[in-house]
Write a protein that binds this ligand. Structure first.
Ligand code: FES
Length: 96
């Protein structure tokens, strides 16, 4: 069950991306954090405790929201705009 439930921008243009290899759709104007948490119950697992994380500061300061692209580029989910075709991987599961 997703952590976030969209209450605004439901009719904005869909933006296709993959999350750990699974096809997903966010909405135009989403950050990666919004797009991911509208699909999943956690953003990633902590590399220290293994506990689920959903970001903390939501403003690019705490580094609790790192995700990566399949290319290996690391991104802060809270301050990165979703772009069509992004292939996002999280520490929850690696893409096949
Ligand atoms: S939630 Fe703090 S940097 Fe993204």
């Amino acid at each position: 069950m997703p952590l976030l439930h969209r209450i605004v921008r439901k009719d904005h243009q869909a933006v296709a991306f993959t999350l750990d290899g699974k096809p997903c759709a966010g909405r135009e104007g989403d950050t990666l954090l919004t797009a991911i948490l509208a699909q999943a119950e956690a953003l990633r697992l902590s590399e220290f405790s293994g506990e689920p994380r959903a970001g903390f500061c939501q403003m690019g300061a705490c580094q609790d929201c790192w995700v990566a692209l399949e290319s290996g580029e690391r991104l802060r989910a809270c301050s990165t705009a979703l772009v069509a075709g992004m292939r996002i991987v999280t520490s929850r599961r690696r893409a096949a």
